[in-house]
Design a protein around this ligand. Structure first.
Ligand SMILES: [Zn+2]
Length: 187
């Protein structure tokens, strides 16, 4: 649990170090707002994914596309955001879509890097006894846009688990993911 009074004190100090006056009117409530915001955007550390809740269902492949995410890069504490596509081959039981969204929030609402989020989601789903998982993340990073190389490039990361570690199983599931996604092209 976050000590919000401590966060407020530290933000006030940071504002002063930036060269601002933390007591001027516009900045007075800023430390409190940031403390509240951090509690929300870093809530992944206390989150449960609830993947143990499953339905019996017969389906070869399930695809959850375009799950919106927002995260904070651990190198610069700047936002990165984008879309997550999750596809899996169930072993008789399927997850509700809300549980997949909760899983995404568990791993994105932290200090993170995109590559690790991709692995975290794939590993947790795979550990729930599915035959195979593909996770694709397309992300845009503010630490690339507004500092350093100042480039708008999007980054795509992919993780394969279970049967999809074998290349011959991938074409069908990737085709399903691509079907209505205009930008992703993974081979
Ligand atoms: Zn960064």
């Amino acid at each position: 649990m976050m000590d919000k009074d401590r966060v407020k004190r530290l933000v006030r100090e940071m504002i002063a170090e930036i060269g601002e006056d933390p007591t001027r009117e516009g900045l007075l409530d800023t430390p409190g707002r940031i403390a509240d915001m951090y509690e929300e955007i870093f809530s992944g550390y206390d989150a449960e994914s609830e993947l143990s809740v499953k339905f019996s269902e017969d389906s070869d492949v399930i695809v959850a596309k375009d799950i919106q995410f927002y995260s904070m890069c651990e190198h610069h504490m700047l936002p990165f955001f984008g879309k997550i596509h999750i596809a899996y081959s169930p072993d008789g039981k399927v997850f509700g879509i809300s549980k997949l969204v909760r899983l995404v929030e568990k791993y994105t609402k932290r200090l993170q890097i995109q590559e690790r989020i991709t692995k975290n989601i794939a590993d947790e789903l795979h550990s729930e006894g599915v035959k195979g998982v593909v996770v694709i993340i397309e992300g845009e990073h503010f630490c690339m846009k507004m500092r350093g190389v100042k480039n708008d490039a999007k980054m795509t990361t992919v993780a394969y688990r279970g049967i999809y570690e074998k290349k011959e199983y991938r074409p069908d599931i990737l085709a399903m993911i691509h079907k209505s996604s205009s930008e992703t092209k993974i081979v």
